[in-house]
Design a protein around this ligand. Structure first.
Ligand code: SF4
Length: 215
């Protein structure tokens, strides 16, 4: 008979494998193509994802919704936006009647949308040349919260700046600075960013007191 623990492991690995299938494919060597997801999130995280990645652990099936919709291409093909010799590549979850829709998972009902989701949605509106966009947050118990947005040029200029910064840092092989946010607690690089390695040297108490025997 299967125990509770086995079921949890099976579900965990199923979420992990489906999640991998649905991930946006990023060619880590092609630094002239920057993906919108990389610059909407912490640049340091995106840098590590390309240079020295750790696996990311997903929490539930609702986190897969956005990837599923993208994969099924609900009216949206990925699109590119040229920034000098760099290509910024984005993909929306859904295009309905000239409006862009994004779907995101949430732990509880939100009062305001997440900053990186607003950056992502706004940039999509410029890349796809649309003026309206909507973010739908869905919780594990199927509650929905919807926010609508009108596009903003200044915010898109900030994305363009971040594209250039990430491209430069990848060229120079320099790690971006920390961008502390609520995402850090769920980030696979938390330890790399916030825990210093202990410089411990094996020393005996006698050695420290200079009383060790010499043969
Ligand atoms: S822990 Fe925070 S600062 Fe470090 S890479 Fe992750 S999101 Fe960025």
């Amino acid at each position: 008979m299967m125990g509770d623990r086995d079921f949890r492991n099976i579900i965990h690995s199923a979420i992990g494998s489906i999640g991998k299938e649905l991930e946006i494919e990023i060619d880590s060597k092609d630094i002239q193509t920057i993906h919108l997801q990389e610059v909407a999130q912490c640049l340091r995280r995106s840098y590590y994802d390309r240079i020295d990645p750790n696996e990311f652990e997903r929490r539930g099936f609702n986190e897969l919704l956005s990837g599923l919709l993208r994969k099924l291409q609900y009216g949206s093909e990925p699109k590119e936006f040229a920034i000098d010799d760099i290509k910024l590549k984005g993909q929306v979850d859904m295009l309905v009647d000239d409006s862009i829709l994004l779907f995101r998972s949430a732990i509880g009902e939100l009062e305001t949308p997440q900053a990186n989701d607003i950056l992502y949605l706004n940039a999509c509106m410029w890349i796809y040349d649309k003026v309206d966009g909507v973010i739908v947050y869905i919780t594990g118990d199927r509650k929905e919260t919807t926010f609508s947005l009108t596009r903003n040029k200044k915010m898109f200029e900030e994305i363009i700046r971040r594209v250039r910064v990430l491209n430069d840092l990848l060229k120079e092989q320099k790690t971006p600075i920390l961008e502390p946010s609520s995402d850090c607690s769920n980030c696979q690089y938390y330890e790399r960013c916030f825990m210093k390695k202990k410089l411990s040297k094996q020393m005996s108490l006698l050695g420290m007191l200079g009383m060790e025997k010499s043969d």
